[in-house]
Write a protein that binds this ligand. Structure first.
Ligand SMILES: C[S@@+](CC[C@H](N)C(=O)[O-])C[C@H]1O[C@@H](n2cnc3c(N)ncnc32)[C@H](O)[C@@H]1O
Ligand code: SF4
Length: 374
């Protein structure tokens, strides 16, 4: 049984140049048909859930839906799922797409956490990223959210952007810190194939900061946010005390989560699945009352252990020796003793009394460790 649900809204006003998420240009009629299909998918999965502790409505841009469409979506959610009274319910919002009416609908339906994608504060940079908003529009959306009672807010940022200087990154971080959000996600730019950024980069038309500058930006981020009372609890995530993203912790703890929507993935009853990505095939599958699954694999044995270890190492606390022992009925060193020793000898991993975790140096080279676990 799953106690977490992710709902994917695969629509955006336009596509940002760096983004490879499964999103399409927003069309009102298509969104209506999509929400109808989503409701059917909720019905198909409802029996596999216990009262929900976390719900994450992500995208894409969920906040691009009208207040009426959002009302419909929440009506469907409340109709199909039981929700615990203290559940964390998050909605991803893009600056420039929220208004008081939409925020009220979210409040009235128990949403208690918002996540804004800002990426950078400078208008020139936002334009080069293909974002639809300015820094001032972000500030206005953030103010509106606060005014409408949202106090648990995450802000997404990206560093190591084309031509980004350290000073520019400092400015973005300082501005965001001054707003006192409860949570900040700071990602380094990933060059995703199939994006305009990737194409321009291949054509030498786009210049990225060096690896050293990128590492300096990451180091600065950790030091600055920690100094301002944010706990660096996962490689890219920082939270004020007790404000860690509970939904994301479900992923990093490799616990069940039902994924709904086009291209969404889920993990339930030991099976990891991903849905068809296109809107039309997604709607078609559900019109026949079929789960719109494109791929599914049973995650058992060594694969489940490796995935659990890899995901848990993303957290600052690392993997709990007890949790691993209870889940798999063996000491973690039975399956991973030699690999853990190797990375400990390289100074990338360390063992505490209760956990294995990445060292501060290991945080910068986490992918090297993860690749070997895959
Ligand atoms: C699923 S996206 C949706 C957020 C929301 N639509 C927005 O952009 O405002 C979540 C976050 O992923 C990050 N992201 C997307 N593509 C990325 C990339 N290529 N490299 C690094 N971070 C990326 C951005 O920070 C983005 O806000
Ligand atoms: S970053 Fe957000 S707004 Fe931009 S295309 Fe991706 S999902 Fe849409």
């Amino acid at each position: 049984m799953a106690t977490s649900v992710y709902i994917h809204i695969p629509f955006c006003a336009t596509k940002c140049y760096y983004c490879a998420f499964n999103t399409y240009t927003f069309h009102k009629e298509q969104a209506k048909a999509y929400l109808h299909a989503l409701c059917t998918e909720m019905e198909l999965y409802a029996p596999e859930t216990a009262p929900l502790k976390t719900i994450f409505i992500g995208g894409g841009t969920p906040s691009i839906l009208s207040a009426n469409a959002l009302t419909q979506l929440f009506t469907d959610v409340h109709q199909h799922f039981q929700i615990t009274p203290d559940a964390e319910i998050t909605v991803e919002c893009n600056p420039g797409t929220v208004d008081t009416e939409k925020l009220r609908v979210m409040q009235d339906n128990g949403v208690n956490r918002l996540s804004f994608g800002l990426q950078a504060m400078q208008d020139e940079t936002l334009k080069r990223l293909g974002r639809i908003h300015t820094g001032a529009e972000f500030l206005e959306s953030y103010r509106l959210a606060r005014e409408n009672g949202f106090e648990n807010i995450n802000i997404d940022l990206i560093f190591a952007l084309p031509d980004q200087t350290m000073a520019a990154w400092h400015y973005t971080l300082d501005e965001v810190i001054s707003l006192e959000p409860t949570h900040i996600s700071a990602y380094n730019l990933v060059m995703e194939e199939s994006t305009p950024f990737y194409e321009w980069w291949q054509a030498d038309e786009l210049y990225l900061p060096s690896e050293d500058t990128e590492a300096d930006m990451f180091q600065y981020t950790i030091e600055t946010l920690t100094a301002h009372g944010y706990k660096h609890y996962e490689i890219c995530n920082f939270a004020k005390p007790n404000r860690e993203a509970r939904h994301n912790l479900v992923y990093w703890n490799n616990q069940p989560c039902i994924g709904l929507g086009a291209g969404a993935w889920g993990y339930v009853n030991g099976v990891r699945y991903s849905n068809v990505r296109g809107i039309a095939p997604y709607i078609k599958q559900l019109s026949h009352l079929n789960k719109p699954i494109a791929d599914a694999e049973c995650l058992t044995g060594h694969a489940e252990k490796a995935e659990t270890l890899m995901l848990a190492l993303r957290k600052q606390e690392g993997i709990s020796l007890d949790v691993y022992q209870n889940r798999f009925g063996e000491d973690i060193e039975v399956a991973f003793g030699s690999i853990l020793k190797k990375w400990a000898d390289f100074g990338l991993l360390e063992r505490t009394a209760t956990h294995f975790r990445l060292t501060p140096r290991g945080l910068f080279l986490a992918n090297e460790v993860f690749v070997e676990l895959m």
